[in-house]
Design a protein around this ligand. Structure first.
Ligand code: C2E
Ligand code: CA
Ligand code: CA
Ligand code: CA
Length: 280
């Protein structure tokens, strides 16, 4: 119901004003940062749960602005999605990730690099083409690139054949797809049949409560068994303790990612980490 004279605008709370203000500041500064190439990509290892061998690294965007300081991806990505700047972030991360994988490849280190792509980014009909041309431009072998997408994304993809076609095209070239945040979306298993998923990544909220209850343990054990029965590689994220690693290994989980192994770090630190682990 509208009040006379548009009084409702005046009644916007102080907090709402602040939020709108911060959003528009972030938007402005982000545009500048993209133009000045002030964004960075950090990498977090995904390792074999038994041997600790690095199987891949996840590319995670990082931004520290000289005026507003560090803006976390959890704040940045939703705003970028709203404003459309997510496409610019995506292009930047894809180029960085391919370049980094190609550089490691030249040094004789075949480290797979995983890129996060949001729904909105994959709606772009040129996404597959852009990724393939970036591989070409950077001389990066396709099998060194993986793509993480979320359950929510998968559900929408079910209705969007152009997205499915793009994913299959990339998969045919050797790009692996990882279902991220598994267990947090709506329970629909149809996309398991439709999409070229090869890795199941159990969401960190489950892992964090792993040791708290037997119920959670049975739940996670079931998720791992489900993944294995589908012939998928099962990866757990947010692993912070040895106890979590041990239980996950007992359940048959293949790989882990989390602070127990390493925080996300610059690319150079990854090379060191891997060279160290090869000397052991
Ligand atoms: P995500 O894809 O689920 O990434 C995992 C997040 O958990 C990362 O946060 C990572 O730093 C954090 N993490 C890793 N291990 C641990 C751990 O052991 N304990 C805890 N507490 N946290 C851990 P980050 O980098 O802040 O990213 C947050 C989210 O932002 C990501 O969640 C992803 O959805 C999104 N994001 C990050 N980079 C990109 C990007 O380049 N493109 C897109 N579309 N989204 C991105
Ligand atoms: Ca991810
Ligand atoms: Ca995740
Ligand atoms: Ca997440």
């Amino acid at each position: 119901v509208r009040e006379a004279g548009g009084d409702h605008i005046v009644s916007l709370s102080n907090a709402t004003h602040k939020a709108i203000n911060r959003k528009s500041i972030i938007e402005k500064r982000l545009l500048l940062a993209l133009n000045q190439q002030n964004l960075k990509v950090f990498y977090q290892p995904q390792v074999d749960i038994h041997t600790g061998k690095v199987l891949a690294v996840e590319a995670l965007v990082r931004w520290e602005d000289e005026e507003i300081g560090v803006v976390s991806p959890d704040e940045l990505i939703p705003i970028a999605e709203e404003t459309g700047l997510i496409n610019n972030i995506g292009s930047f991360v894809i180029e960085e990730a391919c370049q980094q994988a190609a550089n490691w490849h030249k040094e004789g280190l075949d480290i797979k690099v995983t890129i996060n792509l949001s729904v909105r980014e994959f709606r772009d009909k040129n996404m597959a083409k852009f990724i393939l041309s970036t591989l070409d431009k950077t001389n990066c072998p396709a099998n060194l690139i993986q793509i993480e997408f979320t359950e929510k994304f998968a559900l929408q993809a079910e209705a969007e054949t152009s997205i499915i076609k793009q994913m299959r095209k990339l998969n045919d070239k050797g790009i692996v797809f990882i279902l991220d945040d598994f267990g947090t979306g709506y329970a629909s298993f149809r996309y398991m049949q439709l999409l070229p998923i090869e890795v199941l990544k159990i969401d960190q909220t489950f892992i964090h409560s792993l040791l708290q209850s037997e119920k959670t343990q049975r739940l996670i054990h079931g998720m791992v068994q489900f993944g294995k029965s589908m012939n998928l590689t099962v990866l757990a994220e947010g692993v912070e303790t040895k106890e979590q690693q041990q239980l996950l290994a007992e359940y048959g989980c293949d790989a882990i990612q989390g602070y127990l192994i390493s925080k996300p770090v610059p690319g150079a630190a990854i090379s060191e980490l891997i060279e160290e682990s090869m000397n052991i």
